[in-house]
Design a protein around this ligand. Structure first.
Ligand code: NAP
Length: 261
């Protein structure tokens, strides 16, 4: 049976992705910040033919990431990683910029770094991103840096960290950034997806990594007025988690089709 890890799986899209993966016969490690929330989610997910097991993971806490990696190692490896956990915070200041980048960009980056060595041949990594990764609100040089062909992961980290510093200095507009930490975090996530795919091209395990926008979905984040049901929003994420061999990698998709950002 294939094993998957889903982050932020106690509610919203992460919970529904876990349900859909279990319904397709996958064993899902259902993770949440709070252990009790992970346990409750795993209980609510189980209906077979797959199975669900809880694990406490806060993507901003390296100790919990390391504990998850130890657990996955002990179980013999991983086939699917869905980096779903995310925040869209109200307001705009240094604290919002810091937290948003930590959860939405560094979180998936560090979880992926810890679990990638444990991924089996044919593995799939999905970054749950957003259409708001659109770089329209950025100056041309700031936007272009995200897709610079010579960009390394260290360069990308330095780029998004400059955003946090520019926000703290009250200079983010002058420096070409949008007034949205969420947009910067998801543009960073899409750029990271491209870098990972490039690195994995030389890896014998044929692992595919793609970013997916679920659409505007009725969750706590999306609100009651969102047009897309949580079932439909999760479907595109599950599609990317189960792509067949030879499918695209390093892409950004919405409704199972390539999207621009
Ligand atoms: P949600 O209902 O607010 O769920 C967010 C999930 O992320 C929760 O399980 C939350 O856990 C978890 N989370 C937050 N911080 C975390 C951390 N530090 N460590 C681990 N988990 C953490 O939102 P959603 O709509 O399902 O969003 C899921 C993903 O889809 C996000 O990445 C979001 O950016 C993306 N997305 C959503 C929409 C939309 O319209 N809803 C559109 C585009 C993209 P707690 O319960 O502990 O807070």
């Amino acid at each position: 049976m294939k094993t998957a890890v889903v982050t932020g799986a106690n509610r919203g899209i992460g919970l529904e992705v876990s349900k859909q993966l279990v319904s397709k016969g996958i064993r899902v490690i259902v993770t949440a910040r709070e252990e009790a929330a992970a346990r409750e989610a795993a209980r609510s997910v189980v209906a077979g033919p797959g199975s669900a097991e809880p694990f406490a993971l806060d993507v901003t806490r390296p100790g919990t990431i390391a504990a998850l990696a130890d657990h996955v190692r002990g179980e013999g490896g991983l086939d699917i990683l869905v980096n779903n956990a995310g925040v869209a915070l109200n307001g705009f200041d240094e604290r919002v910029a810091r937290t948003t980048l930590d959860v939405n960009f560094h979180g998936p980056r560090l979880v992926t770094a810890a679990l990638l060595p444990l991924m089996r041949s044919g593995g799939r990594i999905v970054m749950v991103s957003s259409g708001l990764a659109d770089r329209g609100g950025m100056s041309r040089p700031v936007a272009a840096r995200f897709t610079d062909p010579s960009l390394t992961e260290a360069d990308l980290v330095a780029h998004v960290e400059k955003f946090v510093r520019d926000v703290a200095a009250g200079a983010h507009r002058k420096e070409g950034w949008p007034t949205s930490a969420y947009a910067v975090s998801k543009a960073g996530l899409n750029a990271l997806t491209v870098l990972l795919a490039r690195r994995l091209a030389a890896d014998r395990r044929r692992i595919l990594v793609n970013a997916v926008c679920p659409g505007w979905v009725r969750t706590r984040m999306g609100g009651d007025g969102a047009p897309v049901s949580v079932e439909d929003g999760a479907r595109g994420v599950v599609w990317a988690a189960l792509l067949p061999e030879g499918a695209p990698t390093g892409g950004f998709f919405r409704d199972e089709a390539p999207a621009s950002w």
